[in-house]
Design a protein around this ligand. Structure first.
Ligand code: A3P
Length: 286
């Protein structure tokens, strides 16, 4: 059954898998290590695509790891109870994923050399993707209609709060050596160049055979077919697999089939107001 949120410092979280005490510890006590690699995004930005890319970069294109270990064990969620415990136990450098807004992220990160990749997506497609996803995920509020979800999104009444605040918060980090920004749209437009940029940022090297294998294994179809990545391993009690899947369409611009003209105009206006101050081109879909 769909349920309401867990609230922490004014931010809504899914009601299962997250605990106030962990969120407090993540922020105040978790020690980010210099070698850590962190993928950061607002939900529905293509996070799992990036996770698969990173996994394959570290396995040099060898698909054995992505086909034998669930995606959440390869790059645990920092803010969930399970992920937090797993990361605490792991020695050495770690790869992990987070949707946290900047003010809830471990304080220790800001003095570390850990590398962070911030993934952005056109927020109109983030809304569209979220509408369908929260109709199958049973641990968040269930949107009855697209209109309802659209309003929730604008109010920040969706998991991890306001997209605008999330983005404005994290983009303060732009220009820092250990902070790399990439968009879902860039991945779509030129996956090869995007993957090259990512592994160069991480200080990794891949030859052309390895790179080709990464590209092949992160295609929408390959991920849909990989049960370690397509989220079908999540029990039915948490996700209603009969109603849809995380890898839903995997396209850009699907929002155009969902927004009314009035919604599109309202969104443009709010976007301009909320994203004021960002350099042109940083969020190219403004
Ligand atoms: P859609 O719902 O628009 O299809 P997240 O991983 O942050 O939850 O984001 C999920 C979105 O990323 C979904 O968007 C999903 O289809 C898309 N996605 C995941 N893997 C992808 C891939 N390999 N290629 C393209 N899109 C992908």
């Amino acid at each position: 059954m769909a349920s309401d949120y867990l609230w922490f410092e004014g931010i809504p979280f899914p009601s299962v898998g997250y605990r106030t005490e962990d969120l407090k510890s993540v922020k105040n006590e978790f020690v980010v290590r210099d070698g850590d690699v962190i993928m950061l995004s607002f939900p529905k930005s293509g996070t799992n695509w990036l996770r698969e890319i990173i996994s394959l970069i570290y396995s040099k294109g060898d698909p054995n790891w992505i086909r034998s270990v669930p995606i959440w064990d390869r790059s645990p969620w920092l803010e969930t109870k399970a992920g937090y415990e797993q990361l605490q136990k792991k020695e050495g450098a770690r790869i992990y994923t987070s949707h946290l807004p900047i003010q809830l992220f471990p304080k220790s990160f800001f003095d570390s050399k850990a590398k962070m990749i911030y993934l952005l997506r056109n927020p109109r497609d983030v809304i569209t993707s979220g509408f369908y996803f929260y109709r199958i995920l049973k641990v968040c509020k269930y949107p009855q209609t697209f209109d309802q979800y659209f309003e929730w999104f604008l109010q920040g009444n969706v998991p991890f709060g306001s997209w605008f605040d999330h983005c404005q918060g994290w983009l303060q980090m732009r220009g820092k050596e250990n902070f790399f920004i990439i968009t879902y749209e860039e991945l779509h437009q030129d996956l090869r160049t995007s993957v090259e940029k990512i592994f160069q940022f991480l200080g990794e090297k891949l030859d052309s055979k390895e790179l080709n294998s990464v590209l092949k294994n992160v295609s929408f179809k390959a991920m849909q077919d990989n049960k370690m990545s397509n989220h079908t391993l999540i029990p039915d009690t948490f996700m209603d697999h009969s109603q849809g899947q995380l890898l839903r369409k995997g396209v850009t611009g699907d929002w155009k089939r969902h927004f009314t003209v009035a919604q599109s105009e309202a969104f443009d206006k709010i976007y301009r107001e909320k994203m004021v101050g960002l350099p042109p081109g940083l969020c190219p879909w403004g």
